[in-house]
Design a protein around this ligand. Structure first.
Ligand code: NAD
Ligand code: MG
Length: 396
């Protein structure tokens, strides 16, 4: 029996994870659930999955959850606050942690799971982009197993030979090809991009996801963060990671070997496939995903990304090349800009411009410890906020 903690259980990945777990009651047990504030959904999840503990970071929501659980006669304990996330991730009654919180807020719990030697199912790419080598050191030091959930990286993991060590290049691999759907604005002009609304940006043509990653997919920053993620996970140089736009989202990514062979992983675009892969690994377990109908799909198209219209990809590549604190800064500035866009106070095309302004001002430093990363993260957030305030004032 594998005991699983699902962090970010009320989100898109969390819900898909619980769907897969519920298909295998004899093999998995839900030990813990955690989310930010959605107490109603978390209560429903506790009813179905009976975890030992449920965490909400919002204290008022945690209080409501507690009353709901007691009224329902459920024994699940309630914990509250950000520290409780890391405690749950490292708890002795947990074997595997689904890291599916969104943003750098997931870093402390992902680090805790790694240090405690858990099987870490990493959906929360931002925690790897921000934590970088520190997170990989924690994985190696803690004896943890890191399995990527991001569909592209999970595809690459599946196409690599067995025995991958987090962050170490594998012999015989020439490069990896990351596929990108291109997002909802693949064919939009610059003028159209200026007028994009949050609703349009969150209506992804292939994947149903949380709002932040949907916006990242629309700006292509998601692919940029994934490029950094691929370099870290697979020990690749940025030049060894090529991004290819593939609008059908059927080929999830590819690995090229030195002999010219290319291996790809294909399937319907449904996150339950990588989730089931990572939960069952090295075995295969059912995910509920339907068979891919290649004849119905009929064609697979590939094209180069347009860096002119989607500069976020260039910025992320530059950050991957400079290394140090640059990826942390790109991520932090992007989180601030995306939140402002979703709140309706920043234009869509301004998102990469804000990120670029913050990256330009940043003095990149080598990452010698977590304090350096946290300092860079908070500086970048503060500077990005100051740009937004200045912008709002000049508009008024
Ligand atoms: P989502 O917005 O649907 O869900 C986020 C979850 O995290 C929710 O349960 C929310 O309550 C919780 N949360 C948010 N902030 C929190 C905080 N500060 N503390 C504790 N919990 C917090 O997001 P999602 O689409 O499920 O994405 C989750 C992560 O997985 C992201 O890092 C995303 O990039 C990654 N990912 C998602 C997909 C996808 O298909 N949705 C694919 C690949 C990678
Ligand atoms: Mg992805």
């Amino acid at each position: 029996m594998m005991r699983v903690a699902v962090l970010g259980s009320t989100g898109s990945i969390g819900v898909s994870t619980l769907d897969v777990l519920a298909r295998h009651p004899g093999h998995f047990e839900v030990a813990a659930l955690a989310a930010a504030s959605n107490h109603a959904r978390l209560l429903e999840q506790c009813r179905s999955h009976r975890p030992r503990v449920a965490v909400l970071t919002d204290p008022v929501a945690a209080g409501r959850l507690e009353s709901g659980l007691r009224a329902a006669g459920l024994a699940t304990e309630v914990a509250c606050g950000a520290d409780a996330l890391a405690e749950v991730a490292a708890a002795t009654d947990v074997d595997a942690v689904m890291a599916a919180i969104v943003g750098a807020a997931g870093l402390p719990s992902t680090l805790a799971a790694a240090r405690a030697g858990k099987r870490v199912l990493l959906a929360n790419k931002e925690s790897l982009v921000v934590g970088g080598e520190l997170l990989l050191d924690a994985v190696r030091g803690g004896g943890a197993t890191l399995i990527p959930i991001d569909s592209e990286h999970n595809a690459i993991f599946q196409c690599l030979p067995a025995g991958l060590e987090a962050g170490r290049a594998m012999r015989g691999v020439r490069r990896v090809l990351l596929t990108a759907s291109g997002g909802p604005f693949l064919r939009s002009t610059r003028a159209e991009l200026e007028r994009v609304t949050p609703e349009q940006a969150c209506a992804h043509p292939r994947w149903k996801m949380g709002r932040k990653i949907s916006v990242d997919s629309a700006t292509l920053m998601n692919k940029g963060l994934e490029l950094i993620e691929a370099c870290l996970l697979f020990g690749m140089e940025p030049a060894q990671v090529e991004v290819v736009v593939h609008p059908q989202s059927i080929v999830h990514s590819l690995v090229e070997y030195v002999d010219g062979s290319i291996l790809a992983q294909l399937g319907n675009p449904d996150m339950r496939t990588p989730i089931a892969h990572a939960l069952g690994w090295p075995e295969r377990i059912a995910s509920g995903v339907e068979s891919l109908d290649l004849v119905a799909a009929a064609r697979l198209d590939f094209e180069a990304p347009d860096i002119g219209r989607f500069p976020a990809l260039r910025l992320a590549r530059e950050a991957a090349e400079s290394g140090g604190t640059s990826p942390t800064v790109v991520n932090a500035a992007n989180e601030v800009a995306v939140a402002a866009f979703l709140a309706g106070t920043l234009g869509f095309s301004r998102i990469p411009e804000v990120v670029e302004a913050v990256l330009d001002r940043h003095g990149c430093e080598p990452v010698t410890g977590l304090d350096v990363v946290l300092e860079a993260d908070s500086w970048a957030r503060g500077y990005a906020e100051s740009l937004l305030v200045g912008e709002a004032r000049s508009r008024a």
